[in-house]
Design a binder for this molecule. Sequence first.
Ligand code: B3K
Ligand code: ZN
Length: 901
Amino acid sequence: MRTDTSVTIYRKDYRPYPFEIPEVALAFDLEPEVTTVTSRLTVRRRTAGDTAPLVLDGSELELVSVHVDGAAWDAGRHTLTAETLTLPGLPDQAVVEIVSRCRPQANSTLMGLYVSSGNFFTQCEAEGFRRITWFADRPDVMSRYRVTLRALPEYPHLLSNGNLVASRTLPDGRQEVEWEDPFPKPCYLFALVAGQLTCRETRARTASGREVLLQVYSDPGSEDRTAWALESLERALRWDETRFGLELDLDRFMVVAVRDFNMGAMENKGLNIFNAAYVLANPDTATDANYEGIESVIGHEYFHNWTGNRVTCRDWFQLSLKEGLTVFRDQEFSADMMAHGLDAAAAASARAVKRIDDVATLRAAQFPEDAGPMAHPIRPESYQEIGNFYTATVYEKGAEVIRMQHTLLGEQGFRAGMDEYFRRHDGQAVTCDDFVAAMESVYTRQHPGRDLSVFRRWYRQAGTPRVAVSLAYDAATRRCAVTLSQRCAPVGVEKTTADGADKPPLHIPFAMGLLDRAGRPLPLSLDGAPAVDTVLLELTTERQEWVFDGISSEPVPSLLRGFSAPVIVEYPWRDDQLALLSAHDPDPFARWEAGQELATRQILALAARVQQGDALSLQPAFVEAWRTLLTDPRLDAAYRARALALPSEKTLAERMTDIDPPALAVARDFVRADLGRQLAQAWTAAFENNQTPGAYSPAPVPAGRRALKNLALSHLMAAGDARAQAWALEQYDQAGNMTDRLGALGALVNHGRPDDATRTLGDFYEQWQQDPLVIDKWFALQATARSTSVETVRGLMAHPAFTLRNPNRARALVFQFCLNNARGLHLPDGSGYAFWVEQVLALDALNPEIAARLARALDNWARYTPALREPMRRALEKVRAHAGLSRNVNEIVSKALELAA
Ligand code: B3K
Ligand code: ZN
């Protein structure tokens, strides 16, 4: 609901809350229509004698009564607005009891207390607790919670944070349970779940020998799909003990799956609530990517128990303190799991595959954000709606900023820094600066006289820095001088502030190597240290030079190995140098990168020809580079699947001056099909040699084979290969797992005969119509299909299985189309944008947080071709002019209109 127009909140305005609230007792009388909440707060002034009123946040609540120290508080003594309840004149210490009502069944925002599939759930981060009861809804107010839940017996499971301390049947037949969380926490970590659930559980022993109960709850009937989530949870528990010495601090840890959820999952203390998509999996219903996603999100939420819950954020500007760090931790967890049990070379490749996937995500999602109207530092300086700042920048770039600290300190140094962070701040609500200070204490010990003061700028500058590299080789002296220089233009809101005009240089760890003409590494030595193949240059000023001696021939540079910093490298490689790197670079990340750069150049050149109406053909050198990757026996399948994947349309768009989605799509299609034709034999071999018969395993090796096989199938299908058509049909019919079934279906829908596509799509729906997560895949596949138009999507929205109210379903169809089907959306007649306007407004009336995500589809309108810009701008204006727009959507479209150009 609209409160008012934009109010901007600034980081610099932070003030501590005038009260502490050490104890909170909550009692819920749960009923779907109207739930009554009785909240007893023990409040204490931070400064005795101070006279500040107690201002509590509340939203969409009905006030029943207020008592202070047991006495009724007369209504004339408090002020109630749509957003606050203010109690002036409290003594230094008091017990404030507030009774209020909320409406879970009618709550379509999925923030606060709501009903999904007949069960009760909560979501409080960032500001949802205020929809449950009046409270100081900010992360720096930490309290010990005691929670009583009362409900009819049709809600047999009554869960909340911490430990179950009492349970009984009331005289009126209802159940009553009491939970106690021994750890003080901010209210955003509060949770309750009530309803009919099934549970899979196991007991585990922590490193210090305590027995803990691990449970995964989900809706009845899904008990055959929770094994992987529970196993992942056990692995996460072990990993945090081994790698960071962090143990589970509660006697029990619960994960609950819910069908209606705004994001992936939520780390409520001891009671994580998960989107069912990140819990439920079996081979018939979940893909390899789903299995990987579940392990990673289970890990992520579990790791928050220390990075986020034990040490939390002082204010929401510090969000990356917990999110960047926890994403870094989940990335490392996944990498370790993928490498587990493999020999050294295979493990290195597996880790590189994970790194490639993470960097590809960063480039497709974060780089465009960092170049557009919503660009913000990983620690934003201001916001209108914090819900809009759960972004790729805070999460993914935030993780890169942590990774750079890991790179600078080394594994042991980083661990020492983490230990120091917990030693200093366990139980506190702190800032990003506090984190860096803990790391810096180790860095300075390692490098006397140096500190992280330049590094800290990563937290306050937005934009993707560019690092230009130049090489000067002198054959006579066998010396090679490497010069790095950096720049980072003001972006987004920076363009309007004084800070933006002055962006001093950053501290950039830059890993690189040099290869000779045969692709062999040239040993490099820095400051007299022993020679190595990869050096880490620390660029801390605008421009620096390093000189390497003993370089026997003109070198080819391999730059930003392992993606050691979230920057864009500028170096004028010749195509033959990229081909050399793509075939020989011993650093698997840089090798992948070289191939991607070749493909990018190829596709962009073709897109330019498409725009001019010229004939298309592939450069032989590019085809040969792809042939080399496809047939290199030293490369495992998972790596080859990444190396041979064409750069995403989003990554390619970042390289266009005027983004032209249809031209890009045609060019990319041509490359796929023509590679399919020219390398048909090699693709066929890849298809045939990477079958995975027998029982399904989501392990990285078989998953990698499936990825390569399905990539081969799509190239052959795109090339119109008649045998491939038959293989796809056969694979669809006989697949023993969802990855293969969906791989075949995707190939048929995008490249097959229309009647085969229709038949298999119909068959798929028939077979899986009872399973919402599978039907989401069915919608998503069609939303992103090559031939899908706005009309197709409108038709699918009329399907009985479609609803906008379920975020997974809305994301599967509407978001997939608007965000991932550029060719369908971006039509000069504006029909795609008109559809977007309708859907943003329809969603905004139900769920502003979700609507604002969709609203972002037009962020970068000003960077498109002129023919598209104007209709996009008009669509944005139309949304902004809508009466009753939420603060969430208003912030997005206003910034797009004001800051994009
Ligand atoms: N901390 C939650 C995100 C909550 C988003 C609320 N708008 C999930 C996570 O990052 O683990
Ligand atoms: Zn998180």
